[in-house]
Ligand binder design. Sequence first.
Ligand code: C2E
Ligand code: CA
Ligand code: CA
Ligand code: CA
Length: 278
Amino acid sequence: GKRSNRGQVQVFTAEHVIAIEQNNQIEQVLSRADLEAELTVFFQPIIDVREERTVAFEALARWNSPELGRVSPDAFIPVAERTGQIGTLTCILLKKALAAAGAWPDDVRLSFNLSTHDISSSDGVTTIVGIIMSSGIDPRRLDLEITETAMMYDFVQAKTSIDVLKLLGCGIALDDFGTGYSSLSQLHALPLTKLKIDRSFVSDLHKNPASYKIVKSLLALSQDMGIGCVVEGIETSEELDALKKLGGVLVQGYYYSPPVAENETGKFLSESDAARKA
Ligand code: C2E
Ligand code: CA
Ligand code: CA
Ligand code: CA
């Protein structure tokens, strides 16, 4: 993860060469792909552990390329950011995600990832506002996820964009919290409504004192700020139990479910929620 790389000397290896060649290939194929057809959105439930109820889904991009097969968003999103194609991708993904959310009960939220590019120009945010407005979905049902890295590029413009989206009624979630470098005073300047604790802090929560302390203090911070906190990457019942003891409420992770296709979201939204535990 990012944390373990910090402070280490980076050595250029054969793996780097392979990674660069893969990025070039992804860039070429992506630039001529039929994105409307090849991009889909998967959804991962976010559960309120007090009620064992799905309260939201995070939209996660999936690219099924006829040439390359399934490509991970960790691979193609950064490439699209670099080439400027990300604007097109965001539009397609946001429309598809909002269309899916239209079929859910009104009290189930949609969480959507924005990239640096999406919030680094007034055109970008105008396009996003337009898509939300024409979707028919109440913007108050939406959480927009941003990262500290996305804020670093141009804090003033990013903050302006986020303020606009907040005024529209959207929630603003700070993603991968704890992995970035932003100062708490900068964070305080943002109209945040949620923190999402990165899953690198969650593995072995029950037996790793360092993780335990970090999650504990991040939960306390979100409480002080009076905002919600989603803990990502809960994979085992031991991790879940430890988190519950710390007072964690909102959970996302393989323990409950990996991201699923749109047509599988229904099973998380009814009385079958309780049965799912069995
Ligand atoms: P993220 O926003 O931090 O999303 C969470 C990632 O963690 C997802 O990977 C999810 O499948 C994975 N995950 C969830 N629970 C667990 C768990 O219990 N264990 C493990 N090992 N992993 C878990 P995914 O779908 O591969 O997405 C990777 C990243 O790609 C995302 O990280 C996000 O940064 C980016 N991304 C995905 N979709 C979009 C999108 O539509 N727009 C933008 N801008 N970025 C996206
Ligand atoms: Ca996210
Ligand atoms: Ca995250
Ligand atoms: Ca991440």
